[in-house]
Design a protein around this ligand. Structure first.
Ligand code: HEC
Ligand code: HEC
Length: 291
């Protein structure tokens, strides 16, 4: 490879002395001007960058640079700015009556987003990710409400919960007709047939349903209504719409009458702040069944 430097006859330029294949030689041409200037500019820029921004690792950390910039610091600033913006919205929501939130588009959107996040954290374990419910846990998407579907009613239910010992909780229990011996098993079976006939007249033992009618009027209508249409004040579900909290089979309905069920939900105002509870109510109300 290595040969002797010499002047190339054709171009008059010195060669580098490198030779390939015995014949192929390299001219020793200077780098183009423009390339050199760009190169020098990069060097200057790099030195400037080292001085201004964090650049070199040291034993105990890194050089901070004149600007003192750090991505962590930037993040902290961004988070603080976002918090301040949130605080403004939260204060506005606190000051707005719940029925007016929907009318203020930016507050409404903020409440929906905050409510959805809080729902995922606190409620979906029982009510399901999409609030679709499960046996014993009501679906919150439909307009079949046990305790009421207005914004205020939903907010109250969330704030104080259900049958949890809290003074303001929704507390009415259904009597334990079987466990407390109020009704004989035969009377309970008849009442169950009557209740099921309200939504499915052909799917029951009609004679038993007929016998259960009087029991229902005596023992049940006070809470569930004469036609089983339910009573929001008492949390007595509608028994005539074919939507069941605990199931509509003969066994499930019998079990409801025997035990009274006694579904419970914790009070959320003891764990969440009032603005979050309000946003949850707005969110639940917006799921489609709000009244
Ligand atoms: C530990 C389980 C559990 C958790 C967690 C829970 N709930 Fe409930 N929730 C229930 C039960 C059970 C009922 C029905 C009680 C009853 O009346 O029988 C209910 C009822 C409700 C109702 C009333 C529905 C109606 O038809 O009137 C609303 C509204 C509600 N929950 C919202 C929420 C929200 C919002 C959260 C989260 C902050 C939440 N729930 C968390 C168990 C739970
Ligand atoms: C004091 C009021 C009260 C009386 C009286 C009462 N109930 Fe109830 N009933 C309720 C309440 C409240 C619930 C909801 C219980 C729960 O959510 O855990 C309920 C729930 C039920 C359910 C479950 C509904 C579902 O969707 O799964 C059935 C069925 C039922 N009652 C039937 C009866 C029958 C039949 C009688 C009469 C023998 C009766 N109830 C009397 C208050 C009452």
């Amino acid at each position: 490879m290595a040969g002797h430097k010499r002047i190339d006859e054709v171009t008059g330029v010195e060669t580098t002395g490198h030779v390939w294949d015995g014949d192929l030689q390299e001219l020793n041409k200077p780098l183009p001007r423009w390339w050199l200037y760009v190169f020098y500019a990069c060097v200057v820029w790099a030195i400037g960058y080292w001085m201004v921004y964090p650049a070199w690792p040291t034993l105990s950390g890194y050089t901070q640079g004149y600007l003192g910039y750090s991505q962590r610091g930037q993040l902290a600033k961004d988070v603080a700015a976002a918090k301040a913006a949130q605080e403004t919205f939260r204060q506005a929501i606190a000051a707005t009556p719940i029925t007016d939130v929907q009318g203020k588009e930016d507050l409404f959107q903020f409440a929906l987003a905050g409510g959805a996040a809080a729902f995922g954290d606190n409620c979906s374990g029982c009510h399901g990710r999409g609030a679709q419910g499960a046996v014993g846990y009501p679906n919150l998407n439909d307009d079949d409400w046990i305790w009421g579907g207005s914004l205020e009613q939903i907010e109250h239910t969330i704030a104080y919960g259900i049958r949890n010992g809290n003074e303001q909780a929704r507390n009415t229990p259904m009597p334990r007709f079987g466990l407390d011996g109020v009704l004989e098993p035969a009377a309970i079976a008849d009442a169950a047939n009557y209740v099921r006939a309200l939504s499915d007249p052909d799917g029951v033992d009609k004679a038993a349903a007929e016998r259960g009618k009087a029991t229902f009027a005596e023992q049940c209508a006070a809470c569930h209504g004469e036609n089983g249409q339910g009573n929001l004040e008492l949390g007595a579900p509608n028994l005539s719409d074919g939507i069941w909290l605990y199931g509509g089979s003969q066994e499930a309905v019998t079990q409801s009458i025997v035990t009274g069920r006694g579904g419970a939900m914790p009070p959320w105002l003891t764990r969440l702040d009032p603005v979050t509870v309000k946003m949850l109510a707005v969110y639940v109300h917006s799921l489609g069944g709000g009244k």
